[in-house]
Ligand binder design. Sequence first.
Ligand code: 5GP
Length: 187
Amino acid sequence: MSDLAPLIVVSGPSGVGKSTVVAEVLRRDPSIWLSVSATTRSPRPGEANGEHYFFMSNEEFDALVATGGLLEWAQYAGNRYGTPRAAVSQHRADGRLVLLEIEVQGARQVRSSVPDATLVFLAPPSAATLEDRLRNRGTEEESVVAARLEVATAELAAAGEFDLVLVNAEVDQCAQDLLDFISRGAG
Ligand code: 5GP
């Protein structure tokens, strides 16, 4: 038996509201630790290095991959994203439940490399809601929105691979459903 604290992966299509739900979960239970990912994407306005992401060059990301520093990583809509391995292990060993908020390819890698991880899929109430949310975010150009929509449609099909599917119709309810699942002993 492992005496590590649980590892919960929250995944689902871009635009489903993963970050909003995760932020509400952390607000309600500050003992949970959210992993900070590495990415080659440029920061959006308001995003801080080391807080929202570790923003890095392609070369820096390559070096992390080469040294086995990432627990998982994926190419997503033209950029790479990955989970730094050491911080996840450290926080689990310290007894803090660790959350990853990542896309579907990364979730699959965690499924195979960390068998005791629990995978949660956030689904939109409908495909139309997802498209509205992606467009109304307003932070990206049309070509980027189109690329993300295409990926999102494929990602929706992956829901059946997850341990739990939660429909994000309303943020507070969805966050509470996730916390209830965790307190029932997920992981
Ligand atoms: P965004 O550019 O909107 O911040 O993130 C794009 C997608 O990458 C989202 O679906 C987000 O959940 C995912 N993502 C963020 N960090 C990671 C990571 O470390 N690994 C993987 N596989 N996906 C990530």
